[in-house]
Design a binder for this molecule. Structure first.
Ligand code: G6P
Length: 482
């Protein structure tokens, strides 16, 4: 295995809580590296492969220390988290405080002072590690809600660096954000960056409002003016940069004969003549899986769909399984799926094919190709890259995307069938509209969607963020005091 050099400093450092690979044991108990879950990794992997630099993050297991290594062409620097860090920083503050708060309190956030202490400690560790490996005047790109204090700590350790921060999840309205006991510290932490990126203009607007309300700083369109001790202002750019996927890569995958053969096999196994509906999510309460199941079960109950003519494949990949809210959600979903299959299934036909697994990209592409309808019914989602993956895969211009208006992707993918997932009647009618949509309308919509996703791919996203950071040295000149 190649090893990145640690005796040299790096001009470009990417930091996220998770590395793109997790340390796991295979079926024989042999440790191996496996692709990590989530949209952040999907998006950043191709960017890092193209731009070079090092990626700093946690390797997914407690208390193990790994030397830097190279995997899939990317240089990785592991940061160790202890079992206590995982419990308090990762499962606690990151995923039981910030995650529910930033997703509009769909679940109740828990506020615990010892979690906050852990969050500060781990953010300090990430910042110190980055400070030690960044070359003079390097660019450091910090990612996501687990590391909101890193920009400020890094700036104080290394004022020579140019620092970017990108928030992959929504940023909530002030009325919700203000619940957080440590709201000022979080805002101040993020403001250590030179450029702050959000998924939607609404997220950037919410952040700016919190800055005005909590810090009293002036904002001028996308710029925030941070007063300095000498009476000048430091300028910070905070705006939306909607993230995307490697669209060409997905299409290439979908065109592979083995992937197409697998798609045909899936269709054949599920029933050629059936309408195949697909949901692909981490098993998370933000994804609206319950709402989707409810709509499907009512359509079966009312006889508008039958198990002989329709089936739902729900991939729910395991996520944050030690957090109580996630455990309860899993029980609830599995109870609902069991009931639905018990009530409506027959020996020959299953209503819901429920798969509690993560799958490699090839299998996902085959599933996308096999599905007539893709259901993205998130109650709140920063972007939702699954929606974009479905579109990029459908080079045949077939298939219908049903997309929640509460997912960031709905700002761009306007030719999808947009839904409010809380409106179960509306969702049912939209599913029926998709079931009966003519091929010509599918093609018309898909053509538009595909153009958008092909043009606005992840390379364009990273270029626009990094060029905003590049242009920053000019902005870093203090602004006049008037
Ligand atoms: C989302 C977040 C990522 C996170 C991923 C998987 O995409 O934005 O920061 O890594 O979910 O969640 P996990 O808790 O397993 O890292």
């Amino acid at each position: 295995m190649a090893v990145p050099r640690t005796d040299v400093l790096h001009d470009f450092v990417c930091i996220s809580n998770r590395l793109p690979v997790d340390r796991v044991l295979d079926a024989d108990g042999v440790p191996e590296w496996r692709t990590s879950p989530g949209g952040l990794v999907t998006a950043m992997e191709p960017v890092m492969r193209e731009n070079g630099g090092v990626w700093l993050g946690w390797p997914g297991v407690p208390d193990e220390t790994f030397d830097p290594f190279t995997e899939g062409g990317i240089d990785l620097v592991p940061v160790t988290l202890s079992a206590q860090d995982i419990e308090e920083f990762y499962e606690g503050f990151s995923n039981d405080t910030i995650w529910p708060l930033y997703h509009d309190v769909i679940a109740s956030p828990a506020y615990h002072r010892e979690w906050w202490i852990s969050y500060q400690r781990v953010n300090q560790r990430f910042a110190e590690t980055a400070a030690a490996i960044a070359a003079p005047e390097a660019t450091v790109w910090v990612h996501d809600y687990q590391l909101q204090l890193v920009p400020r700590i890094l700036r104080s350790l290394r004022p020579d660096l140019t620092i970017g921060f990108f928030n992959h999840i929504p940023f909530p309205a002030y009325g919700l954000f203000s619940q957080l006991p440590w709201r000022k510290q979080i805002i101040n932490g993020v403001l250590g960056a030179d450029v702050i990126g959000f998924q939607r203009p609404a997220d950037a607007g919410n952040f700016q409002r919190s800055v005005r309300r909590l810090m009293g700083y002036e904002t001028k369109s996308a710029r925030i003016m941070e007063p300095q001790s000498d009476g000048t202002f430091r300028q910070i750019l905070a705006k939306s940069f909607p993230i995307s996927i490697d669209s060409a890569g997905f299409e290439e995958l979908a065109r592979r004969p083995d992937v197409q053969a697998r798609a045909a096999e899936i269709r054949q196994q599920l029933g050629e003549h059936k309408t195949i509906m697909l949901g692909v999510d981490r098993l998370d309460y933000t994804k609206g899986i319950r709402h989707r199941l409810k709509a499907f079960s009512e359509l079966l109950c009312e006889g508008r769909l039958t198990v002989e003519n329709a089936t739902l494949v729900q991939v729910a990949s395991p996520s944050r399984e030690r957090v109580e809210t996630y455990r309860l959600l899993r029980d609830e979903i599995e109870l609902t799926v069991g009931r639905l299959n018990g009530d409506y299934g027959t020996i020959a036909d299953t209503a819901v094919h429920y798969l509690h697994h993560g799958y490699p990209r090839e299998e996902m592409a085959a599933l996308y190709l096999a599905a007539d309808i893709m259901l993205v019914t998130a109650l709140r989602d920063g972007m939702n890259l699954v929606a974009k993956e479905y579109v990029a895969t459908r080079f045949d211009r077939r298939g219908v995307l049903i997309l929640s208006e509460f997912a960031g992707a709905s700002d761009e993918l306007k030719q999808a069938l947009l839904v409010n997932p809380h409106d179960i009647e509306g969702l049912k009618d939209t599913v029926m509209q998709a079931v009966t949509m003519s091929v010509s309308e599918q093609e018309r919509r898909m053509r538009y969607l595909r153009k958008r996703v092909a043009l606005h791919d992840v390379a364009r996203w990273s270029r626009s963020f990094l060029s905003a950071l590049d242009e920053f040295p000019a902005l870093r000149q203090p602004a006049p005091t008037d």
